[in-house]
Design a protein around this ligand. Structure first.
Ligand code: GA4
Length: 345
């Protein structure tokens, strides 16, 4: 692979590669599609979480009107002047961010809003992004988070039932807990600037910018809804990267690190990333991250360790707060769970 780094003034350290351009004509068609009304959904969810760590959900019950309302408010915000948007930043950890992701030097061709999925945080961000009229955004976001959280909880309940665990709320109750640490982010992948296009043309470079670098999500489960623009890629078990065809009517759900631990490695926390591939329509995504309360002890569920078969817990015990603090000391691409493995390789 030939990696060409354009001058920092042009790309602000974003790597532009000549090869490996995601090829949208070769979309991954084997992505598991789960109809939540299907009586067989529980088994299909378990299989998808084991095999891929991600799947697409249809018949999800989240009202389309809610999705398009939040999307159009997000577009309004991202169309504001840079000065106005910067007033809602920096994201420490909640707020508006531009190109910088996390505290450790990661960058992407992206601007975003990141916040805690709590009443206070939603109110605060609404006032800072729409100071004149925060209520419309606050209501739309509150409703969206409520509905998507509910959908993720239903999926987790089906997964738990599919695993044969008697208390189907064993995991969903963590997200429903009033102290759950759920998060929400609105990502707007930036269009290429004329300067960038010109430099690429001059150097005969195929523009291929990373919007959000490869990573796993630290939480339990995440739900992504994006507009009709491609760019999202997942890594398969063998390390191959595949592009998923965009579908604005569905949600893409993925297993996070915490769910991998709770299932003692049965469910896969999947690496994913976003490339900026379409310069005509910019990609917008809304992501809900379902996490447990801060003090919750993360450990394999007892039924996930088959002692009679000599199985042991793969990970050391830790609280979500410990894991989150450790995650914020890492770079995006790091393997955060490796620090908590009992038998490190
Ligand atoms: C990845 C998943 C979520 O987007 C996120 C990200 C967070 C951030 O953007 O602040 C992190 C990243 C994410 C994991 C490692 C750390 C923290 C950036 C980063 C380099 C909000 C999250 O919870 O973890």
């Amino acid at each position: 692979m030939v990696a060409v780094v354009l001058s920092p003034s042009v790309t602000e350290d974003l790597t532009v590669t000549k090869t490996c351009k995601p090829n949208n004509s070769s979309y991954f068609t084997a992505i598991p599609v789960i109809d939540l009304q299907d009586p067989n959904a529980k088994t299909l969810i378990v299989n998808a979480c084991q095999e891929f760590g991600f799947f697409k959900v249809v018949n999800h019950g989240v009202p389309v009107k809610l999705i398009s309302e939040l999307e159009s408010l997000a577009i309004q915000f991202f169309n504001f002047s840079q000065l106005q948007k910067d007033r809602a930043g920096p994201p420490n950890p909640s707020g508006y961010g531009n190109k910088k992701i996390g505290p450790n030097g990661d960058v992407g061709w992206i601007e975003y809003l990141l916040l805690k999925a709590t009443h206070d945080s939603v109110s605060q961000i609404s006032s800072s992004i729409f100071p004149e009229n925060p209520d419309v955004f606050r209501c739309a976001l509150t409703e969206y988070i409520k509905e998507v959280k509910e959908m993720v909880c239903r999926v987790l309940e089906m997964a738990v039932e599919g695993l044969g665990i008697s208390d189907k709320e064993e995991i969903s109750k963590l997200l429903r807990d009033e102290n759950s640490d759920c998060m929400f982010r609105l990502n707007h992948y930036l269009p290429y600037t004329p300067e960038l296009l010109q430099t690429a043309a001059m150097r005969n470079i195929n523009l291929n910018l990373i919007g959000f670098g490869e990573h796993t999500d630290p939480q339990i489960m995440s739900a992504v809804r994006s507009n009709n623009t491609p760019g999202l890629q997942f890594s398969l078990k063998d390390g191959t990267w595949v592009s998923v065809p965009p579908d604005p009517t569905s949600f893409f759900l993925n297993v996070g690190d915490t769910l991998q631990v709770m299932t003692n490695g049965r469910f896969k926390s999947v690496r994913h990333r976003v490339y900026v591939v379409d310069n005509v329509r910019s990609r917008m995504s809304m992501i809900f991250f379902g996490g447990p309360p801060m003090g919750h002890k993360i450990a394999a569920l007892p039924s996930m360790i088959r002692e009679e078969q000599g199985e042991e817990s793969l990970y050391k015990d830790f609280t979500w707060s410990e894991y989150k603090h450790s995650a914020y000391k890492t770079r995006l691409a790091d393997n955060r769970l490796s620090f908590f493995l009992k038998n490190a390789p």
